[in-house]
Design a protein around this ligand. Structure first.
Ligand code: NAP
Length: 294
């Protein structure tokens, strides 16, 4: 079995790494804040003190950190993954970052004789916990094929999308589709609430019809019980839409729904601590605009 390195044990990374470990792969883990590695180490993973150490010890090195500069730091910073790479190793970045930057990172990894895949995920914290993620992959296809059994421990829909950057390009489109849906759910809940409809019954019945969506399933019940704890943080959504809008601008695409979503995220982020809440907290921004709480 390949030795798997896992870097970034946040809301997504920790359960994802847990599934790989449970499947029996020898594993090295690294997290900037050491304490997040404790549970995996108890389960048999080896705690590495730097990303370079992870890369030296492993055949496949997975990263899932926050933003483009964070991936760059983990890969190419001091004691970064690049220092431990050699021919044949595969780097798999599962963070959501810029497709353009990813293509540049893949070239720098190739200079070490190694291969880099971009493999962002969709499905939220619940998808990560239940090993039901959707994984969209760009890069060398034979490296993808080698990684499929590892992806299968974390996800159920695993798709090769094309050359380097294709995974991240797919994820950008995914985010655009998700956000219009999320905003619509908030507006629907507010209307139903004003009409005196029980929100849990509403979510249940709509989920059986044409209004069904992963967002309604993941975030609808949380909104109804006013649980704004993060599955996917507002700060990270703002990061994603920075990437999305830059790409839309470079392609000269009109994208009014994205622009509107960005304003809702800004409003949600402006509340004290708002950036650390989950994306379902755009409901609170809409409530403030309407002076009405569901
Ligand atoms: P998170 O809980 O905030 O975790 C971020 C992880 O990255 C932490 O382990 C953090 O280390 C590490 N990190 C950040 N910057 C770093 C740096 N410069 N150097 C080293 N480590 C660094 O976020 P998350 O929700 O797991 O998201 C991770 C990625 O997955 C993001 O790109 C996000 O957009 C994407 N994603 C998230 C979801 C979701 O629903 N949450 C869904 C799909 C995709 P510390 O513990 O030391 O802070």
């Amino acid at each position: 079995m390949e030795r798997i390195g896992f870097i970034g044990l946040g809301i997504m990374g920790k359960p994802m790494a847990g599934h790989i470990l449970k499947a029996g792969y020898p594993m090295y883990v690294y997290n900037r804040s050491k304490e997040k590695a404790a549970e995996l180490v108890e389960g048999g993973a080896v705690s590495a003190s730097t990303p370079a150490e992870v890369a030296k010890a492993c055949d496949i090195i997975i990263t899932i950190v926050s933003d483009t500069p964070d991936v760059e730091a983990v890969l190419f910073g001091e004691n970064g993954v690049a220092e431990g790479l050699s021919p044949g190793k595969i780097v798999v970045d599962m963070s959501t970052i810029s497709a353009d930057a990813t293509r540049g990172f893949a070239k720098r990894v190739a200079e070490k004789g190694a291969t880099m895949l971009d493999a962002p995920v969709s499905g939220g914290d619940i998808g990560a916990i239940n090993a039901k993620l959707t994984i969209m992959v760009g890069g060398d296809e034979s490296a993808f094929n080698k990684c499929v059994p590892v992806f299968q421990t974390m996800g159920t829909k695993i798709t090769y999308m094309g050359p380097s950057g294709a995974g991240q390009a797919t994820k950008m489109a995914n985010q655009v589709m998700v956000v219009s849906c999320l905003a619509g759910i908030c507006e629907g809940l507010m209307l139903a609430s004003k009409e005196g409809i029980d929100l849990n019954s509403l979510i249940d019945v709509v989920s059986g019809g044409a209004g069904a969506s992963a967002q309604l399933t993941l975030n609808g019940p949380k909104m109804a019980r006013r649980d704004f704890s993060p599955g996917f943080m507002i700060d990270l959504a703002v990061k994603d839409f920075g990437i999305v809008q830059q790409a839309q601008k470079s392609h000269k695409l009109a994208a009014p729904f994205t622009a509107l979503a960005v304003q809702l995220f800004a409003a949600a982020q402006s509340e004290e601590g708002g950036g650390k809440l989950g994306t379902q907290a755009i409901l609170k921004a809409l409530e403030r605009m309407s002076n009405y709480q569901i």
